[in-house]
Design a protein around this ligand. Structure first.
Ligand code: BEZ
Length: 227
């Protein structure tokens, strides 16, 4: 039996690749540099859900940039197709899409990142070859994959949620805390279970012990986000 490639998991180093994009050729690791990166795929250019998604990502790009986070899209279409489609996206969404979109016609990156579903007969090109699904990879400046999301072609993503995950990861890294269900910046955070309560009280004087394993604290105002 043929060897299966090592699956990409949270904590894996994002595999490097070279690709053509709407902003010119890139080496992915050079593109990451010292930034956070959201690499996300869509099934196909000039399709309705994808058009709404790319417009929404373009509108939120300044917020990602404030967090030191670059966006890069991908589909198995050509960069010429992407270029034509971007005009429609901007017209429909009132956006000014600036981030690069990878033209992955031969599915080199899609296969490397497993952005293809098991079997979706509604999501194939005219030759029956699978298009990409709606994948999201959030990658940190050490090039470690911190989040993987997969959505079916039928379901548009939530850009605010992708931004919220970046906020949670950056806040957690900076303050050694975790974030509860539906957390948004400004809400109380959770003291990591590895921090002993005596030490936690010194760091977080307003900490509340709900249960010995659930200790919550506000972050001081200037610490509510990682920026
Ligand atoms: C869409 O973006 O609307 C779409 C793309 C591929 C398959 C299904 C829906």
């Amino acid at each position: 039996m043929a060897d299966r490639p090592e699956p990409l998991r949270l904590g894996s180093i994002a595999p490097n690749f070279k690709a053509e994009t709407t902003k010119g050729p890139i080496d992915f690791h050079e593109f990451i540099g010292d930034n956070w990166v959201v690499l996300f795929s869509h099934p196909e250019d000039f399709t309705p859900v994808c058009t709404t998604e790319l417009g929404a990502f373009a509108k939120l790009e300044p917020e990602f940039a404030k967090r030191g986070c670059k966006l890069i899209g991908l589909s198995a279409n050509t960069i010429d197709s992407h270029g034509d489609w971007i005009k429609d996206i901007n017209e429909i969404s009132g956006s000014n899409l600036q981030f690069p979109i990878i033209g992955d016609k031969n599915r080199q990156v899609a296969l490397l990142y497993d952005m293809i579903d098991h079997q979706d007969a509604t999501n194939v090109d005219s030759k029956g070859i699978a298009f990409t699904i709606r994948s999201v990879f959030i990658i940190d400046p050490k090039k470690t994959i911190r989040t993987i999301l997969s959505y079916p072609a039928s379901t548009g993503r939530n850009t605010a949620e992708v931004l919220r995950i970046v906020d949670s990861l950056q806040t957690g890294d900076k303050h050694k805390v975790t974030t509860p269900i539906n957390w948004v910046p400004g809400d109380d955070v959770i003291v990591h279970p590895s921090v002993k309560t005596e030490q936690a009280k010194e760091i977080w004087p307003d900490m509340k012990i709900v249960k010995p394993y659930l200790r919550v604290t506000p972050l001081p105002k200037d610490k509510t986000t990682a920026a």
